[in-house]
Write a protein that binds this ligand. Structure first.
Ligand code: DSN
Length: 418
């Protein structure tokens, strides 16, 4: 076996390309120097990064293991086979495809596998927490498909399953999508299955946000209920940036063909290998502890913010994220995001259900705990963070003070310890 001659080597990068080396190191400093509360981000392990930075990036491998359009794929085949086996075991799925380059690509492939343009789809509206690929007019899904949207009730801010059933009966969709980017509560997959069965629709679960919690057995799995589950691998799951699809065996060929050759060319074999590494990590008891703590932390953060007078949408969270309504503070989501950024707290503005503001302004922020939990923070730190967010949002003049406290906090729990 040959000795690896290359690994992620900042000195080598700096010697050859100082400009990009500076970008890489500055980004590492930014990650380490502040609080990362974007609900869809996390810190991958050094092992995942090593697979990503490997020579597997060089290999063209169009096709699937054992059925490639290029020679020399016998080694990378092993990475994909291992990854597929791990995904099937971890999620109890009959089939897995690790090739989607992203969550949007995974979703595109599901549409391509199950529908033809013009078909009707029932999905959660983006302003109520859905996703661009669930029917936004500026996305392929809204342009090429007839998408009917369901939302949350104004009084409870929870999915209205009666509305979903009524809309399904009225519009007879060919596919129903559940899954969201800003819905803090659990989704009732059994209810969606029963609605889909009643109208003869496929059930697609876009589990991108919460699949890591499923992997860690911290919340119920959609796999037994869905025809297809799509997701990203870089959120709570803590893998490389990318997508994945699991489905029932009878849909395996349709899904595989929709990914390649219909919508993608050569897979990113370094990313496929890194997904396999992340799946192995996610199958450990340590990861299960992590997934549980992510939720406990999100609940502590939401409670802490509520105690600071910031209202958690839907009354709190069962997952890794909380959505906060800032209207009582008289600050927009946009201004809150800017003020927090100045205090080294990274989070995003977010529309809240029935938001009177346009999306670029919005009345809310979304916070998530995947990254800070990876750093080893727990409920006590969440209380501190809630107070820091509230102070930064209320008082732009406090940014420097808050940033100093943030620096002290993250230095006790370093990301990528030296
Ligand atoms: N952009 C992701 C998020 O932040 O939720 C979803 O794709």
């Amino acid at each position: 076996m040959s000795t690896p001659f290359w690994g992620p080597d900042f000195d080598q990068l700096r010697a050859e390309d100082a400009e990009i080396a500076d970008v890489v190191l500055d980004e590492l400093d930014r990650l380490r120097g502040g609080l990362q509360l974007i609900a869809s981000e996390n810190f991958t392990s050094p092992a995942v990064l090593a697979a990503l930075g490997s020579t597997l990036s060089n290999k063209y491998a169009e096709g699937y293991p054992g059925r490639r359009y290029y020679g020399g794929c016998q080694v990378v085949d092993r990475a994909e086979e291992i990854g597929i086996t791990r995904a099937k075991e971890l999620f109890g799925a009959e089939h897995a495809n690790l090739q989607p380059h992203s969550g949007a690509q995974a979703n595109f492939a599901v549409y391509a596998a199950l529908l033809v343009p013009g078909d009707t789809v029932l999905a959660m509206s983006l302003p109520h927490g859905g996703h661009l690929t669930h029917g936004s007019r500026v996305n392929f899904s809204g342009k090429w498909f007839n998408v009917v949207a369901y939302g949350v009730r104004e009084d409870t801010e929870l999915i209205d399953y009666d509305e979903v059933r009524d809309l399904a009966r009225q519009h007879r969709p060919k596919m129903i999508i559940c899954g969201a980017t800003a819905y803090p509560r659990l989704i009732d997959f059994a209810a969606f299955r029963s609605i889909a069965d009643e109208v003869g629709a496929w059930l697609m679960v876009d589990a991108a946000h919460f699949i890591g919690l499923v992997a860690g057995k911290a919340i119920p799995s959609p796999v037994p209920y869905a025809d297809v589950v799509s997701f990203t691998t870089h959120k709570v799951l803590r893998g490389p940036r990318g997508g994945m699809i699991v489905c029932r065996e009878e849909l395996a060929q349709r899904i595989d063909k929709a990914v390649f050759p219909f919508s993608q060319g050569g897979p990113l074999m370094h990313a496929v290998a890194a997904k396999a590494v992340a799946l192995r990590e996610a199958a450990t008891p340590a990861y299960q502890d992590y997934a549980r703590q992510v939720i406990v932390n999100a609940q502590a953060l939401a409670d802490g913010l509520a105690a600071e007078g910031v209202r958690p949408v839907a009354g709190g969270t069962d997952t890794h994220l909380a959505l906060l309504d800032l209207r009582d503070l008289g600050v927009s989501g946009k201004d809150a995001e800017t003020r927090c950024d100045a205090a080294r707290i990274t989070l995003n503005k977010n529309a809240i259900p029935y938001d009177p503001q346009p999306p670029a302004v919005s009345s809310g922020i979304r916070v998530g705990t995947p990254a800070v939990t990876t750093q080893g923070m727990r409920e006590g730190e969440m209380k501190e963070i809630a107070a820091l967010i509230a102070r930064a949002v209320r008082d732009p003049g406090a940014a420097t003070d808050v940033a100093t406290t943030v620096s002290a906090l993250v230095s006790r729990h370093p990301a990528y310890p030296r």
